[in-house]
Write a protein that binds this ligand. Structure first.
Ligand SMILES: [Zn+2]
Length: 211
């Protein structure tokens, strides 16, 4: 069975620093007819499961912990019995949405299960996703490079038109630019970029824009 990428868009809100915005998030699912991994868990478990179908979910991989990417991760874990994976540097961001281990109300395991780390490989459906730690939009932001599929999932680190937003808490513009140049512009230029919001792009197109 050959691995493929499936996609849907889910609508909801993003809140940070006391402001709330309407947002459309991409849901990316990598797998074959038997098993898959889900990249980000935005607004609706049903929207995600409509893409998953009856396949086994091996993991819920979070590109970062903004609430519009992780809000339903615990509910999706309950539905699929799949582990949630997140880079531990995003712990303070995760805790804004799901509370912390020290939170007395948080007694039902609302933490993630597996720490992501730069260089880690995630296997699904006979193909490999390589974890690239790309801090800047969030301290624990990661991208997932799928060399055999010729694509990279960038979350909110790189969009069609440039780097992700860095105007709010936990973000830093020089850091995101350094991450993009070191980790993403090192990928083959024809690599397709599947973003957290909006259209696809390519590494070459974004390299030409950012210079
Ligand atoms: Zn974000």
């Amino acid at each position: 069975m050959t691995a493929r990428v499936d996609h849907a868009v889910s609508s909801g809100t993003f809140s940070l620093d006391g402001e709330t915005f309407e947002v459309d998030n991409n849901i990316w699912v990598v797998g074959d007819d038997t098993e898959c991994i889900v990249i980000d868990a935005p607004h609706s478990v049903d929207d995600i499961m409509a893409v998953v179908g009856d396949r086994k979910v091996k993991a819920i991989v979070c590109t970062h912990a903004h609430d519009d990417h992780v809000r339903v991760a615990p509910a999706l874990r309950e539905r699929t019995v799949a582990p949630i994976m997140l880079h531990p540097d995003d712990r303070p961001v995760w805790e804004l949405t799901h509370g912390g281990a020290d939170d007395p109300d948080n007694t039902d395991g609302q933490l993630w299960d597996v720490d992501l780390a730069d260089g880690m490989s995630i296997e699904v459906a006979g193909t490999t996703l390589q974890v690239l730690h790309t801090p800047g939009h969030a301290p624990g932001a990661v991208c997932l490079y799928a060399p055999e599929l010729g694509c990279v999932f960038t979350g909110d680190t790189l969009f069609s038109g440039g780097p992700g937003a860095t105007g709010r808490s936990f973000s830093d513009r020089p850091t995101i630019e350094a991450s993009i140049r070191a980790k993403l512009f090192a990928l083959p230029p024809e690599t397709v970029v599947h973003t957290g919001h909006g259209d696809d792009t390519t590494i070459a197109a974004e390299q030409a824009l950012l210079g």
